[in-house]
Write a protein that binds this ligand. Structure first.
Ligand code: ADP
Length: 264
């Protein structure tokens, strides 16, 4: 239930995110698709996990279900030990705003709001007091303390993504979900963004889940989870870009080989 807090010290209370047998079917005119098939996982607080897999393997669906943006067909999702179900849509939204942060590939900043206004927006939406000093400190952390009154259009892509990171962190969320956060950036900006995400984990103890196609980005995580055909098929601790790239190549070959033999 959304409103029940777990008691400290109960089993699993050090987990920031837990999925129990999560399955998601989509019904479309062509028939039913199983986008996630019985996925279970548990992520500790203060961990950084990358999620990889061939196109269509269920990465976006996993992120959507884990973040409470979509509901599983079956199975359960717990954030910070609290199950994300059983409440109204309004309660779910409030829960998400309090505990979850998002970083998207294309930044998703409000074009008419300044850097500072974009950063404080989640606090305003959550009805929380807007602590200007905290927002400015967060923007200082991402190197944009001098750009408070700029509009997104006056910033580079890398700078816009850094605003988006400040916006995701300002509420001090338990879990941050990042969907291809470096996908639209040049190599140098990508490196800066990954360093900031790592800092949020190492220094602030945030828990980060990042979907990425990029083995170099994935190598910044503590572990990589590999998805294929809606299921978890592998886990790599202390990943290096080379081993991640090899694993992805093998997985993609296996999946396309299977599709050819199945006549897909
Ligand atoms: P990925 O992010 O790894 O590319 P997705 O989670 O987007 O994978 O998709 C997994 C599977 O679910 C794919 O077969 C995709 O076509 C299907 N799918 C995703 N979203 C929908 C939807 N809204 N309606 C129908 N099928 C969907």
């Amino acid at each position: 239930m959304l409103l029940e807090e777990p008691a400290a010290g109960t089993p699993g209370s050090d987990q920031a995110l837990r999925l129990e047998s999560v399955t998601k079917h989509y019904v479309s005119p062509g028939g039913s698709v199983t986008a996630l098939d019985d996925v279970s996982l548990a992520l500790d607080r203060g961990s950084f996990t990358a999620v990889m897999g061939p196109s269509g393997s269920g990465k976006s669906t996993l992120l959507q279900c884990a973040a409470g943006l979509d509901s599983p067909s079956s199975g359960r999702v717990f954030v910070d030990g609290v199950e994300m179900s059983g409440g109204t849509e309004a309660q779910l939204t409030k829960f998400r705003r309090g505990r979850i942060g998002f970083v998207f590939q294309h930044f998703n900043l409000m074009p008419t709001l300044t850097v500072l206004q974009n950063t404080t927006l989640p606090l305003r939406l959550a009805g929380r007091r807007v602590d200007r000093a905290r927002a400015v400190a967060t923007l200082d952390r991402v190197g944009l303390g001098e750009r408070l009154d700029h509009l997104p259009s006056q910033l580079s892509g890398g700078q816009q993504q850094r605003v988006a990171i400040a916006r995701a962190l300002v509420t001090r969320p338990r879990v941050v979900f990042a969907d291809e956060p470096t996908g639209a950036l040049d190599t140098r900006s990508a490196r800066e963004v990954l360093a900031l995400l790592q800092e949020a984990v190492r220094i602030d103890g945030r828990t980060l889940v990042m979907v990425t196609h990029d083995p170099v980005a994935a190598a910044h995580a503590d572990q990589v989870l590999f998805l294929a055909d809606g299921g978890l098929v592998g886990r790599l601790a202390e990943p290096t870009a080379a081993v991640v790239a090899d694993t992805m190549t093998r997985l993609t070959e296996q999946v396309s080989g299977r599709r050819v033999s199945e006549g897909v």
